[in-house]
Write a protein that binds this ligand. Structure first.
Ligand SMILES: Cc1ncc(C[n+]2csc(CCOP(=O)(O)OP(=O)(O)O)c2C)c(N)n1
Ligand SMILES: [Mg+2]
Length: 603
């Protein structure tokens, strides 16, 4: 048991645990979650899974997995997503039959788009009409609940017996953890859950049902790409969504240094490469920017390691003409593509396509380069432009407005040697001072662009670092926050330290820009872009709201001069183990160009 789970086990202890025998079908489901190494199950309760609920409490004693009560299914799913984003490991969440599932669907879509592992436990029925209670069991029974999410999960099942449940759970575990990962859904018939076991259920050794090692590239592909990278004059690595381990991080650095490749990373994804490395070209960005245009068009070899929306990126880059360098695309993405949505993105061009796990491919390339005794051609100098200077917060007019991107800049300026896990940045972006130096430094976006995700994913990400010296910080838009704010209560309940900062522009501002675009296209007044957008009149007292959910709150910050002390106080509060909240009024606008932002925006 790790420190984190030990700590959480002081909460919600069941009493009178007198019947620890596996006696009911739902006990088998609970037992399987434990055997699969699932530490937490986030949930909002519902009678359709009352059998499983009882098994988690009274059979497992609310340990491994431990329940995390959430106030909305959307939060339950997003907490699991945030935890997986930070750890690479699946949590479980439980969703009540059809209605709870319906609430959780957007979170599942976000998790799917973000390719995170997650075991979604659902329920329905009783499937056998003869044992259905009138009215309620009938409205909460659907024939094929999996149909609601089959298009954006890797797999779903509805086992018909306790014995079958064992296989279902083993398969769910393999599926969700295999590359590329993604959520899986197990629907438990309420009737089955509550059936007494009539014979002993044999559960085979979990070790025999583990997922495979990630698929590797052929030796030919490895040799060919090593040749190309080693002989290239200006190679580029475009590193997309990648493994969460420090080992994989170090390997990417070794590869870039071994071949002298410039590196791009994307703010939509978690940190995958040190942003302050001399080989990182420009700042991590949310889209295509002039620095990227110049570098890619000047490159002779471009290796995409699971770059997000490679086809769309190429399309934007082709505005400056055809990309002349050799294009290599290493990804397993296509294994989870289906015909439902377009989150597979435009088909990218590739001179060499490699269907392999890209982090494994990096390892293979390193071994190949090493075996050749090849010396690095990199001269140790910066690739790409020198970073532009910026005006530090302390030198700005104390009464001046705060721009959205200043929040993360201020965070970086007060950081010192503290380890900050920025688990979310609002649409205003990430100012120039913050650097990603570890996989936990920054955890990217929600994948599916579905609002309400910020609070829940942040709680899950904070849970993942509870008990460590990482300080989790979420910077959330006011619109996103208001869609999911009650997720904070779960953090307060389980004393999960975290700092939540609201980048408060009193608006769904992203969409004001859209209305402006349309108005301009139609020669209509742009002055009206705010109508139907603003979150004001009345203004919401965010700090009171957060306080009511169990957070401590600093005062409203409206002036630049108060920004640094407010954030310093916030970090100190989290260091002291608190859930802390800061509401910061920011300008209604994004001073930072879109290329510095990572949220829901386009180029
Ligand atoms: C579930 C959902 N509803 C609506 C949208 C459309 N949408 C995208 S960004 C945005 C505004 C979000 O406001 P906020 O979080 O305050 O960020 P801001 O745009 O103000 O920077 C909206 C409504 C969405 N992406 N997801
Ligand atoms: Mg806003």
């Amino acid at each position: 048991m790790n420190e984190i789970s030990k700590d959480l086990k002081t909460f919600d202890r069941p009493v009178n645990l007198g019947n620890p025998q596996m006696g009911w079908a739902s006990d088998v489901a609970a037992e399987m979650l434990r055997r699969l190494g699932i530490k937490y199950i986030s949930l909002n309760p519902g009678a359709s899974y009352r059998g499983l609920h009882d098994s988690l409490v009274n059979y497992l004693g609310n340990e491994d997995p431990q329940m995390l009560i959430c106030l909305h299914e959307d939060h339950a799913v997003h907490v699991a997503q945030g935890y997986a984003k930070a750890t690479g490991e699946p949590m479980a969440c439980a969703l009540h039959s059809n209605v709870g599932l319906m609430h959780g669907l957007m979170g599942i879509f976000n998790a799917w788009c973000n390719r995170v592992p997650m075991v979604v436990m659902g329920a329905t029925g009783p499937v056998d009409a003869a044992i259905r209670r009138p009215w309620i069991d009938w409205i909460h029974t659907s024939k094929d609940q999996g149909a609601m999410l089959r298009s954006y999960t890797k797999w779903d099942d509805e086992p018909r017996s306790a014995e079958a449940l064992v296989e279902t759970m083993f398969r769910a575990n393999q599926m969700t953890r295999s590359q590329p990962p993604g959520p899986v859904y197990v629907c438990l018939d309420a009737g089955l859950q509550e059936q007494a076991l009539t014979e002993e259920i044999t559960i085979p050794d979990t070790a025999r049902y583990q997922p495979s090692d990630p698929p590797r590239a052929s030796q030919n592909a490895v040799a060919e790409v090593a040749d190309m990278l080693l002989s290239a004059k200006s190679p580029i690595l475009m590193i997309g969504r990648s493994a969460r381990t420090e080992e994989a991080w170090d390997n990417r650095v070794k590869l870039a240094e071994a071949v002298g490749a410039g590196v791009f990373t994307n703010l939509r994804n978690s940190a995958v490469f040190p942003s302050d490395h001399l080989l990182h070209i420009g700042r991590p960005s949310g889209g295509v920017n002039p620095v990227m245009r110049e570098a890619v068009h000047g490159a002779d070899v471009i290796l995409s390691l699971n770059w997000l929306d490679l086809g769309g990126t190429q399309k934007l880059l082709r505005r400056n003409g055809e990309i002349r360098g050799k294009l290599i695309n290493c990804t397993l993405e296509q294994y989870v593509h289906n015909g439902y949505g377009m989150e597979l993105f435009e088909l990218p061009a590739a001179d060499i396509k490699i269907d392999a796990d890209h982090d494994a491919f990096v390892e293979q390339l390193l071994a190949e380069i090493d075996s050749r005794g090849a010396k690095s051609t990199w001269d140790g100098k910066r690739v790409g432009p020198e970073p532009e200077g910026y005006q530090i917060i302390a030198s700005r007019p104390a009464d001046g407005n705060i721009e959205p991107a200043d929040i993360v800049t201020a965070l970086a300026e007060v950081q010192g040697d503290r380890k900050i896990s920025l688990n979310r940045a609002a649409s205003g972006g990430i100012g120039p001072a913050f650097h990603m130096t570890n996989p936990l430094s920054y955890l990217g976006h929600d994948g599916g662009g579905g609002l309400a995700s910020g609070p829940g994913t942040s709680v899950g990400a904070a849970l993942a670092v509870k008990g460590t010296d990482w300080l989790p910080v979420a910077v959330l838009g006011d619109g996103d926050f208001m869609q999911g704010n009650t997720a904070l209560w779960t953090a307060a309940k389980y004393r999960i330290p975290m700092l939540v900062i609201i980048s408060n522009n009193h608006s769904n501002f992203n969409d004001e820009l859209h209305q402006e675009t349309v108005a301009k296209d139609r020669n209509r007044p742009v002055e009206n872009r705010w109508i139907g957008m603003r979150i004001s009149e009345p203004d919401i007292n965010f700090s009171d709201l957060a306080t009511s959910l169990g957070f401590e709150a600093g005062g409203l910050v409206t002036r630049m001069g108060d920004l640094l002390p407010a954030i310093e106080a916030g970090l100190q509060a989290v260091e002291a183990g608190k859930c802390y909240f800061i509401d910061i009024n920011v300008s209604t606008g994004y001073a930072v160009p879109p290329l510095m932002r990572g949220g829901n925006k386009g180029e």
